[in-house]
Design a protein around this ligand. Structure first.
Ligand code: GLA
Length: 710
């Protein structure tokens, strides 16, 4: 056997990772700011030596990539298994280190007694400084092995970290931030809803109390998985901290036969010593260069019109055609026909599963509508919710056994629908066929909105086994096989809004529906939360109705438009409600978005620190020659004038011309202070450090500034 290295080091542009191979199984010795040549692994090892203390083990068990019972680790183990024998006390030893390339390394540890192999794979992306980490467990023994938990690699974090920022929410209010102090014990978030969920996003940011958007140390963690999951951050009694994320498995969900293996979902981790905005920039860069398809990335994201909030189930060919005509005049580029087009779907009580065009509403099929939409210069997209079935459907009447269920237990009702059992290959074959048939019949369908609108409360499959693990993989595979046959079709991941937003689903789809809330005020917060891990171009963001259907709030067209301007923009309302003023405003902002979408969808996001009065951020071109900044006033300011606006993210040494590009007509109380600055040139230094006095206006106003290097 070749000799093992005593450590492995991976470096990226901004971070270094050192894995210690001298502990029995590998553990992270250092993960943080890139180390200079003056520092050595030996130095870090010496400085990390810990002393024996009273009433404690002489040498603490390492927080290895999978800390184990067999190593005497008394925090939460990274692997929990059972073979009704000795597997539970898995220990093992590092046997092989495969340096696959400069950025990727694989550590193979084997427990010879229990005949179990554990493989950890780490890849540090050079440009983005995002680490992708996974754990694979292989059963080399003859006896079957039950896997209860096999977390992605456990990542220790420094003792200076004392804050946990997590993301929680609910339907129509996703990605809310919740910050708590690190405490002794475990911070735990678990999701058992079968899909990523609105409530518990599988991601967390750990930082110290001095960290803000623009300075300080922070570590971001995100599990790329669209099923059940667990996030644990533990502060051990002896003062060490770690984060451990993985797939949450149900009892009996996963048993490995001889030679079989299980691989954890990928954990994505990044680090910044320059604050939370830079941490997000790392993740955005990673998504852009590793997850998004080049053909989608390189095409400007078309402006959407989605029929849902405008028409709901009220489909009618003449109305749809006239709406297509109307929105094309606003500058819309893609028309998405939402729920309501298939057999028996006159409301949410029937039809799911019967993916055939309803001949009562569309006697000649979808062809005439698609042709009309295309004639207006718009692409056509269609809504599906493939994983679900209404009991009131031909499919369910024929195949009641195709729904997930648990024997003898009544199903909890949820939007009149049940979840199909994707672990049954007959179900997959059916779903592939019905969707494929539609895409073959209508080759001009360029886009699918793939929805998923209920929780998986009874996730038992035909064999009576818990299904979520296989179900999630089967969902990914179904999407992939449809994409392989119809590569021109883009796919959006929606689950009653942002219920399935994660890097797992994003590896198979092209954008997400961030939230069902089109309320611009709520959206500011939702999009801000989502932006911690997701760049603007994947966040569906629509201009909703004047009176929001979900919150009842009345918000000006200018503000609704400005908020969706910073995502993948669209409109979702009945355009027949638009006043002349609103038509003009919408047309203007749509053409403004087209002018700037290249920057919005590729630039660096800089969030200003949170405050009670406004939500502020900028998008800065990487070479800092061009930027857009948003000031969104949310509440009436505390003092007579708003605070100054600081254009953080610009280059001190460059000069910029400043212009207010939105709204075109700003209602102010007195002659505008903007007259003094508009069109003028300023140094980046003063714009950043001294800041600009904002004008005084009504709350709930959004301003967009453009800064161009001169
Ligand atoms: C979900 C989606 C909505 C819409 C409806 C249709 O709620 O989030 O955007 O597609 O389903 O039923």
């Amino acid at each position: 056997m070749s000799q093992l290295p005593s450590f492995v080091q991976l470096n990226s542009r901004k971070a270094s990772l050192i894995v210690d191979c001298l502990t029995k199984t590998p553990s992270i010795l250092y993960w943080g700011k890139v180390l200079s040549v003056a520092s050595s692994v030996e130095m870090i090892r010496h400085l990390s030596t810990r002393q024996e203390v009273k009433c404690a083990v002489v040498v603490e068990a390492p927080i290895s990539l999978s800390p184990l019972n067999g190593q005497g680790f008394t925090g939460a183990p990274g692997i929990e298994i059972n073979n009704h024998d000795n597997a539970w006390s898995l220990g093992g030893e590092l046997t092989k280190v495969n340096q696959c390339n400069e950025q990727t390394v694989e550590f193979v540890s084997v427990d010879q007694i229990r005949k179990i192999e554990v493989v950890h794979t780490l890849h540090l992306d050079k440009q983005s400084s995002v680490l992708t980490a996974s754990t694979r467990i292989v059963n080399l023994a003859v006896k079957p092995l039950d896997v209860h938990w096999c977390a992605a690699p456990t990542i220790p974090v420094p003792d200076s970290i004392n804050k946990i920022l997590s993301f929680e929410g609910r339907w129509s209010n996703e990605f809310l931030r919740n910050e708590v102090d690190l405490f002794m014990g475990s911070f735990l978030r678990e999701n058992r809803k079968g899909k990523t969920s609105h409530d518990n996003f599988p991601g967390v940011v750990l930082h110290d109390d001095k960290t803000d958007e623009h300075s300080g140390n922070c570590y971001g963690f995100h599990l790329g998985w669209s099923g059940n999951h667990r996030t644990r951050v533990e502060h051990l009694p002896e003062g060490r901290n770690y984060a451990q994320l993985g797939e949450l498995l149900m009892p009996g969900e996963l048993t490995l036969g001889h030679g079989e293996s299980y691989q954890s979902p990928n954990l994505y981790v990044s680090f910044s010593d320059s604050g939370l905005s830079e941490l997000s920039q790392n993740f955005h860069q990673f998504v852009r260069s590793n997850l998004l398809r080049p053909e989608v990335k390189n095409k400007p994201r078309p402006i959407h019109f989605n029929t849902w909030e405008g028409l709901y189930f009220d489909h009618d060919m003449d109305t749809l055609k006239s709406l297509a005509q109307q929105v094309s005049q606003l500058g819309v580029e893609r028309f998405v026909l939402d729920d309501g087009w298939f057999n028996g779907r006159r409301g949410d009580a029937a039809g799911l599963g019967d993916w055939y065009v309803d001949k009562d509403i569309y006697p000649d099929g979808l062809g005439p509508l698609i042709d009309h939409v295309n004639d207006q210069g718009l692409e056509f997209g269609l809504w599906f919710e493939p994983e679900m079935v209404n009991p009131d459907s031909d499919l369910y009447r024929k195949h009641p056994e195709w729904a997930l269920a648990t024997e003898g237990n009544e199903q909890l009702e949820f939007r009149n629908q049940l979840v199909l059992d994707l672990t049954n290959s007959a179900v997959i074959d059916y779903l592939f066929k019905v969707i494929d048939d539609i895409l073959i019949e209508y080759p001009k369908i360029m886009y699918i909105k793939w929805d998923n609108n209920r929780d998986y409360n009874h996730p038992g499959n035909l064999l009576g086994r818990p299904a979520i693990h296989q179900q999630t993989l089967a969902f990914y595979k179904l999407v992939e096989s449809l994409k392989a046959k119809h590569p021109h079709v883009e796919i959006e991941s929606c689950a009653s809004g942002g219920g399935r937003v994660d890097y797992g689903v994003l590896s198979h789809t092209d954008r997400v529906w961030t939230s069902d809330s089109n309320d611009a005020l709520d959206r500011l917060s939702i999009q801000r939360g989502c932006s911690f891990f997701f760049p603007a171009e994947v966040m569906g963001a629509h201009v909703g109705p004047r009176d929001c259907h979900i919150t009842g709030r009345h918000i000006s067209i200018e503000m609704r438009a400005a908020v969706s301007f910073f995502g993948h923009m669209g409109i979702e309302m009945d355009p027949r409600e638009l006043t002349d003023h609103e038509i003009t405003a919408l047309s203007e902002i749509i053409s403004l978005h087209k002018k700037h979408r290249q920057l919005i969808h590729s630039g660096d996001l800089v969030r200003m620190n949170e405050n009670k009065f406004s939500v502020d951020f900028g998008i800065v071109k990487q070479d800092k020659s061009h930027a857009l900044f948003a000031y969104n006033s949310v509440n009436e300011v505390k003092r007579t004038n708003p605070d100054k606006y600081r254009f953080i993210g610009l280059d001190d040494d460059k000069s910029y011309q400043l212009n207010l590009i939105w709204p075109t007509d700003l209602k102010e109380f007195s002659p505008s202070v903007l007259a003094k600055v508009e069109g003028q040139t300023f140094s980046g230094e003063v714009l950043k450090q001294f800041g600009m006095q904002l004008p005084a206006f009504f709350p709930q106003t959004s301003l967009i500034f453009e800064l161009k290097q001169v």
